[in-house]
Write a protein that binds this ligand. Structure first.
Ligand SMILES: C[S@@+](CC[C@H](N)C(=O)[O-])C[C@H]1O[C@@H](n2cnc3c(N)ncnc32)[C@H](O)[C@@H]1O
Length: 216
């Protein structure tokens, strides 16, 4: 990590392959390399939460965040993804980068409560489905599940329109929550029903930290 400059890191992430045929119902869009690189770089340089850490990527898709976390020195990265087509691309990306500390398992994040992985990870990174495709609330379920699996911190992207709700939930769960970046997320023309070539939405990058009073 010490030698990897942000510009070079972003160039690496530009070569991560995305979804072949993105599935609308799973909200499959890749975190753009510009956002992923700045987000992960900040997580490492400002908070020291990647290097030598056990990292979990929920809804890991084609692996943008997992590959990035590994390039910044994570000790081990596990991706969890429901879609086997995405996992195949994830594995190709990992092998293109010759990374030997990144795995991906096929699992439904909504059923992770059964998996008995409680608080096994230092850091969670995720760009969850926003819950806009007849799956309202899935973003909050991903968040709650992730918080249950980390012993220290979780970083996640959420639509700015959900900001007040997230703040309330963080208080209820006794986790420290702060918005560490405000972004314009450019959803490219991934899905046919988008009439415009891209849609800009306001998104917050949140940092959550477990405290001794948190629920677990
Ligand atoms: C917005 S994409 C982000 C992909 C990737 N993490 C990235 O940053 O490029 C959300 C991902 O969550 C996956 N997903 C959706 N529902 C899921 C579930 N219930 N369990 C696991 N993965 C899920 C989708 O297939 C998709 O890959």
């Amino acid at each position: 990590m010490a030698c990897l400059k942000l510009k070079k890191f972003e160039e690496f992430l530009q070569t991560v392959d995305g979804f072949d045929n993105p599935k609308v119902t799973l909200e499959q869009y890749v975190t753009p390399s510009h956002i992923a690189s700045h987000m992960l770089y900040m997580i490492q340089t400002n908070y020291d939460d990647l290097e030598n850490k056990l990292v979990l990527d929920l809804g890991s898709g084609a692996g943008m965040l997992s590959v990035g976390a590994s390039l910044l020195g994570a000790a081990y990265v596990l991706g969890i993804e429901i879609d086997s087509d995405a996992i195949e691309i994830f594995k190709n990306n990992v092998s293109e980068f010759d990374l030997n500390n990144v795995d991906c398992v096929r699992w439904d994040v909504l059923r992770l409560g059964d998996a008995n992985l409680n608080s096994a990870f230092d850091t969670i990174v995720m760009n969850p489905p926003f819950g806009t495709k007849q799956n309202k609330g899935i973003d909050m379920t991903f968040l709650r599940t992730g918080l249950n699996l980390t012993k220290h911190s979780l970083y996640s992207l959420h639509k700015t329109s959900t900001r007040d709700h997230i703040r309330k939930k963080a208080i209820e769960w006794n986790v420290r929550a702060s918005i560490i970046a405000e972004l314009k997320y450019n959803l490219p023309h991934t899905y046919k029903f988008h009439k415009r070539t891209s849609v800009d939405i306001a998104v917050d990058l949140w940092r959550f930290e477990i405290t001794k009073n948190s629920f677990h």
